[in-house]
Write a protein that binds this ligand. Structure first.
Ligand code: GTP
Ligand code: SPV
Ligand code: MN
Length: 584
């Protein structure tokens, strides 16, 4: 029989990397178990206490390989300007020159796993096939949890050549020989030198955001760093919300929150990525392309996220968490102080010298199906219809708890002007405010100026586009503590958002948008300290003036690629704030 496009590519990858063995993964349970067994023998995995945590294993990554490395992540478009000022760029030719020598012979003595996978529900018109080849057992087992992997993907592909090839090797794990390269024109991914999360599980950020955003631009849809949830009201009506927050800013927690308001329920569709298309009915429809969660461990507890705590009690892979003497995973925020004899994420007795026992970016990998809050519609091939889009960030100041944009165009500007304090999800300084439009700065596979234009254009194609909001759970008071309790109480904000969409919650107009009118935010049963609500909703003119200046600097990098509508909205805000001199 003639060689298929897939076989040809796998053979080429093998010729380059020279593995000892090639294993085509079928995605079965038996195969998963045997990969775990192999991982145990090779100390890639450690067995956890299977009485308390059946089917759970711990992986400790190399200490220099604990988060996405944005400075080593490249968009390799033909022209630098097509990657834009927010991406690292390398020409495809230079990329070949840099990375081919690193891949040459990289799998000698190792096994190459071929992982065909589908992003999106099986049989959905949204879904797309990728194939990752990797020499990492950790990646093979994680991809089986995070995607629909194996036979089903080969069936969906058939003899077609319509798949995204992703070549991955852990190489020697050296950051100086680490590259994560994306080729939007070739639709291919090359990643070497890291075994961690978004650097190595190529279906996730590399395919489903960086390449998919570029595909969506051409094909008229959006790939976004968004959770998707359904909010059910006491009458049983369900409204769907898609929300984009930067890494480690609360998507997973919001997606599965347990409501503090009686009669309201949140159902999870996705916690990290959404693919959005305009349906035949003119509404915006979303699917979650993933099949699992790769969630932040620290801060996760029975109080903050009981649904996730239930999900991760079985068949879960933990990465870089601490370990109690009885073999149970532990992290900061799970429950009080660490027990005596705690082993830290590096595998050493925890010194209690101020170091974290679990790495701040330690994570769990678990199938979505394990989570008790999944929506009955989370795998619907058509997706779910979105009523509201929410942008959010981690801002100690400036951004109020919630505000609503005036319309789609203003909402796109709100997203484009977003900023957030950096977190441990990527290497580099933590807590530094940076512009992060739509929470996509690290993930947009093309020039963000064109990305804003794409958003504006899609809005024009919807007779009644979703309303756009901005939230901030992380505003602090004078004492430096969070003003808002967050987690389950965030449902109060979701309720206001949906009531705004339905037209029956009151709001006050401010220069930046609508904030809740007194009494319109349901605070029943919540004891906020006096003055906290006013602080949470306040719009500080001086802070917003400074914000305008920072936005102007950021936007100016895009030159002619910045849509006029964004400049216009920026100018209009300056005028509403009464800033004398126009900023452009
Ligand atoms: P990625 O997986 O990196 O994209 O992160 P994410 O956006 O899904 O963030 P996640 O929900 O995992 O939360 C990150 C951290 O923020 C965790 O430590 C949470 O406990 C904390 N967090 C989440 N929601 C809230 C909230 O409402 N208030 C406060 N104070 N902290 C929160
Ligand atoms: C993020 O950093 O936004 C994540 C984790 O969701 S990773 O898969 O590493 O991208
Ligand atoms: Mn994420």
């Amino acid at each position: 029989m003639a060689e298929t496009a897939l076989e040809r590519w796998v053979n080429q990858a093998a010729a380059l990397t020279q593995p000892d063995r090639i294993v085509w993964c079928d995605g079965s349970e038996e195969e998963y178990q045997s990969l775990i067994e192999l991982g145990l023998r090779e100390h890639v995995y450690h067995r956890l206490n299977h009485t308390a945590y059946p089917g759970c294993y711990l992986h400790r990554s190399h200490p220099s390989d604990v988060a996405r490395t944005e400075h080593l992540t490249f968009i390799c478009s033909d022209r630098r300007d097509d990657a834009g000022p927010t991406n690292n760029w390398m020409s495809p030719r230079d990329a070949d020159e840099q990375i081919l020598p690193l891949f040459r012979g990289a799998m000698k003595g190792r096994t190459m796993y071929v992982l065909p996978y589908v992003m999106g529900p099986l049989g959905s018109p949204f879904s797309k096939v990728g194939v990752e080849v990797t020499d990492s057992v950790y990646v093979a087992t994680s991809m089986r949890i995070m995607t629909r992997m194996g036979r089903a993907a080969l069936e969906q592909l058939g003899g077609s050549d319509d798949f995204v090839p992703g070549l991955h090797s852990i190489g020697d794990l050296s950051p100086s020989r680490r590259f994560i390269m994306h080729f939007p024109q070739r639709r291919a991914i090359w990643s070497i030198g890291s075994g961690y999360g978004g650097n190595a599980l190529l279906g996730k950020k590399c395919f489903s955001l960086r390449l998919a955003s570029a595909m969506g631009r051409e094909q008229g849809w959006l790939a976004e760093h968004m959770l998707v949830l359904g909010l059910e009201d006491p009458q049983g009506n369900v409204s769907y919300i898609a929300a984009a927050f930067p890494s480690a800013c609360g998507k997973t927690n919001l997606a599965m929150l347990v409501s503090a308001l009686p009669g309201y329920r949140v159902r999870t569709v996705g916690d990290d990525i959404a693919w959005l298309r305009i349906g035949a009915d003119g509404r915006l429809w979303a699917v979650n392309p993933e099949a699992g969660f790769f969630g932040v461990a620290p801060g996760t507890s029975d109080q903050t996220n009981p649904n996730m705590m239930a999900a991760i009690r079985r068949d879960t892979l933990f990465t870089n968490v601490a370990l109690t003497p009885s073999g149970v995973p532990w992290w900061e925020g799970i429950n009080g102080a660490g027990p005596a004899g705690l082993i830290d994420w590096r595998g050493q007795l925890w010194g209690r010298n101020g170091d974290k026992a679990a790495h701040p970016n330690s994570r769990f990998t678990v199938r979505a199906a394990n989570c008790p809050s999944m929506s009955p519609h989370w795998e619907d091939p058509q997706g779910v219809p979105i009523s509201a889009i929410v942008f959010g960030g981690r801002r100690a100041r400036v951004a109020p708890l919630v505000f609503q944009s005036f319309d789609w165009q203003h909402g796109v500007y709100v997203g484009a002007g977003m900023a957030s304090e950096t977190t441990a999800a990527a290497t580099g300084a933590v807590g530094v405010t940076r512009r992060d439009p739509m929470a996509m700065r690290p993930f947009c596979g093309y020039n963000m100026g064109n990305y804003f234009a794409h958003w504006l254009r899609l809005g024009g194609l919807m007779p009644c586009p979703p309303a756009i909001f901005h939230v901030n759970w992380f505003r602090t008071g004078a004492d430096g503590r969070f003003l808002w309790p967050g987690f389950g109480d965030n449902v109060r904000v979701l309720k206001w958002i949906i009531e705004r969409v339905q037209g029956h919650a009151a709001a006050v107009e401010t220069p930046i948008g609508y904030v809740p009118a007194p009494g319109s935010l349901d605070l029943a049963g919540l004891d906020l300290p006096a003055g906290a609500l006013a602080d949470l909703l306040s719009v500080d003119r001086e802070a917003w003036e400074a914000e305008l200046t920072e936005q102007a600097q950021f936007f100016s990098q895009f030159g002619r690629r910045l849509p006029d509508e964004v400049s216009h909205e920026h100018q209009a805000l300056a005028e509403r704030l009464g800033v004398a001199e126009a900023i452009s």
